[in-house]
Design a protein around this ligand. Structure first.
Ligand SMILES: Cc1cc2nc3c(=O)[nH]c(=O)nc-3n(C[C@H](O)[C@H](O)[C@H](O)COP(=O)(O)OP(=O)(O)OC[C@H]3O[C@@H](n4cnc5c(N)ncnc54)[C@H](O)[C@@H]3O)c2cc1C
Length: 388
């Protein structure tokens, strides 16, 4: 059975975007030749506040937001062009990524006027960075089971509990916290709320967790009697479920869900130019992966078009994330299969490819977990298709 509820409109040609794409490419080439950064296997994970501020000066953070909040009133398609180019060039965008991608849009939608005026201009200027405080121990996919509680006290809320896997909490300024503020109700989706939390507040401890590659990327964030003023409640008390799910379209549909291994694909394309015994299989693999990449680009663009028209295509975003992260994970597997060890190591080897393969292989398992696991995304799709 084919459902009407999953729909990707084809992208009409937008020749006017080519000039913007060229401008971003020129900017990135200049940054690379001045030594500001070098493209590498870490892809968009590089954290560089100076680079972020340079992007802000170009007007490439908060691109679609109203000018009165420091934004630039550009289109979602223009933002997509900029993000694709940044990620394809392994630009170090991590500092502002969450704030630009989802915390800012969340505040635009549900925040108070005061919250918008305080935070959006600082985000757009590349001066205020955010993290996402959703997951907890035993509560990742089943987000409604969170145990972190915010209890009403005079003038605000007192928060106790712990968030887990919080990317970047050790180096950003603010968290959007998802906490229980009331009874769960029969669906367990009632009585949850979102708060803006200043991570320098007394009572917050950020504890590092090392990932598979030994790097500190995510953390446990413990809240011990943390006071959060009333003014920091985002949206309505008890409406956190509706709000948090509306963030997911931004979190799941973008090129950051299919370009994490792009640097390795570029290395594979370079390998295909060598005349080794693997050349034929390598060329075929590059062709097949490039076709997948192009399809994902079209699908992401289609979602950007829908967002531009004011809809929130959560199901389509889940599909892009599932296909996109499967693609990101497949690239190191394909490279390992088609480029034999002797073509990677030794005198005639390709050390750049070998290094990228090692690095990305250690990170690839997380691609299909972060932002919602594969099984959860497929559950959403099955429901939309009327299969569950
Ligand atoms: C690199 C990385 C960065 C992250 N950054 C953040 C962050 O910044 N902020 C944040 O809040 N969280 C973050 N997360 C957490 C992430 O969102 C969760 O890990 C994810 O939602 C899965 O939750 P879990 O780890 O509790 O696994 P579980 O929910 O326990 O799932 C374990 C396994 O069971 C499967 N499963 C669970 N429920 C079902 C079901 N109903 N049907 C079928 N299968 C099911 C899952 O698919 C998975 O394979 C990050 C995770 C990673 C890996």
């Amino acid at each position: 059975m084919v459902s009407q509820s999953i729909q990707f409109e084809p992208l009409p040609p937008r020749p006017e975007l080519a000039a913007l794409r060229d401008e971003v490419r020129r900017f990135l080439a200049e940054r690379q030749s001045s030594g500001a950064y070098a493209p590498g296997a870490e892809g968009w994970a590089g954290y560089d506040p100076a680079f972020t501020r340079a992007l802000a000066r170009k007007g490439w953070i908060g691109m679609t937001w109203p000018k009165r909040y420091g934004g630039h009133e550009r289109t979602a398609m223009e933002r997509l062009v900029v993000t694709e180019e940044l990620l394809a060039a392994s630009a170090p965008v991590r500092a502002h990524w969450v704030a630009d991608r989802q915390s800012g849009p969340l505040l635009l939608k549900f925040g108070t006027e005061d919250q918008r005026q305080t935070y959006l201009p600082r985000i757009a200027a590349g001066e205020c960075f955010f993290c996402i405080g959703m997951s907890e121990a035993d509560s990742g996919s089943d987000l409604a089971s969170i145990r972190t509680k915010a209890v009403k006290v005079e003038g605000g809320w007192q928060v106790n509990g712990a968030k887990l896997w919080t990317s970047n909490a050790h180096r950003v300024h603010m968290m959007i916290l998802f906490a229980r503020t009331g009874e769960a109700g029969p669906t367990r989706r009632e009585g949850v709320s979102q708060f803006l939390v200043d991570l320098s507040s007394p009572g917050i401890a950020v504890r590092p967790i090392r990932n598979l590659a030994g790097e500190q990327d995510f953390n446990e964030v413990v809240f011990d009697g943390v006071f959060v003023p009333d003014a920091m409640l985002v949206g309505e008390e008890g409406q956190g479920w509706k709000q948090v799910t509306s963030e997911l379209v931004y979190e799941r549909s973008g090129p950051d869900r299919w370009l994490s291994s792009y640097f390795l694909l570029r290395q594979l394309a370079d390998q295909a130019k060598r005349k080794g015994p693997d050349a034929g299989a390598t060329r075929q693999a590059v062709g097949r992966l490039a076709a997948h990449l192009w399809t994902l680009h079209q699908m992401s663009g289609s979602i950007a078009g829908m967002v531009e028209e004011g809809s929130l295509p959560n199901t389509e975003a889940a599909l892009v994330k599932d296909l996109g992260t499967t693609f990101e994970r497949e690239i190191p597997e394909v490279v390992r299969k088609v480029v034999p060890e002797q073509a990677r190591f030794g005198a005639a080897g390709n050390p750049a490819l070998a290094h990228a393969l090692d690095h990305i292989s250690l990170h690839a398992p997380s691609f299909t977990i972060r932002g919602g696991t594969r099984e959860i995304l497929r559950g959403i799709l099955a429901k939309s298709l009327g299969m569950r």
